[in-house]
Design a protein around this ligand. Structure first.
Ligand code: ZN
Ligand code: ZN
Length: 224
């Protein structure tokens, strides 16, 4: 996490013991130990980031999943808070080394088009790529439990700091420290890797749509 804002590990550390802090941590304290390992990992990630920023033979993007926003967004209306709304994600691709503009002040907006204009308006150079219905796939979890159980070491998400996905391969490579040692894992069921299909489109449920229309149509009149 490059920005390191609102980080749970740091927050836990800050709150756990008034006598333990950044300058004065305890060697015997579990939370202090965990926090130091966390900071060590973050430092290495930032070093990697700067290393990438120095390279000029390749185009390297930094990807950041920003706030999850509920649409329509007007928190001042109770009807909106209590209705299951649409969840939208704003994923940014920024060339490494460039300052990233994070959308922090969002006004109220009613529909997806409003959201798009708000994001577009954050900077002149922001190009917004909106996704269409056909871009949403109904992903099925094709993990092979059998393959996973046989893996040594067993991969855990909290131990993974770097992954590599290569076109044409169904395997995933990962590093658990930034030491250049990659584990190559093959975890998909062979049924899928032999017959690769992602042709199902995923939408929202009819009930959710009906609830939004029923509860919010009064306020959204011009947007439906
Ligand atoms: Zn942290
Ligand atoms: Zn401590």
């Amino acid at each position: 996490m490059i920005g390191h804002e609102e980080c749970e590990s740091c927050e836990e550390f800050n709150l756990h013991n008034p006598d333990h802090n950044k300058e004065n941590f305890s060697k015997d304290c579990n939370i202090c130990g965990k926090w130091r390992a966390h900071i060590e990992k973050a430092k290495k990630a930032i070093d990697k980031y700067h290393e990438d920023a120095e390279k000029d033979d390749k185009v390297i993007y930094c990807v950041d999943l920003e706030k999850v926003i509920m649409i329509p967004r007007w928190e001042m209306f109770k009807s909106a808070i209590f209705t299951h709304r649409l969840m939208v994600y704003n994923e940014s691709f920024v060339p490494v080394g460039k300052k990233q503009k994070i959308v922090t002040h969002l006004n109220k907006f009613y529909d997806f088009q409003d959201f798009v204009s708000t994001v577009k308006g954050t900077s002149k150079t922001t190009e917004v790529l909106t996704m269409e219905l056909s871009n949403f796939h109904k992903w099925v979890f094709y993990l092979s439990q059998y393959k996973l159980n046989k893996m040594v070491p067993r991969p855990y998400i909290h131990n993974i700091v770097h992954i590599k996905i290569e076109q044409g391969s169904f395997n995933m490579k990962y590093e658990s420290d930034y030491d250049g040692e990659f584990f190559d894992i093959n975890f998909l069921s062979s049924k899928v890797t032999k017959n690769n299909r992602h042709d199902l489109v995923n939408g929202i449920s009819a009930l959710k749509k009906e609830n939004i229309m029923k509860n919010l149509s009064g306020v959204m009149k011009n947007h439906l």
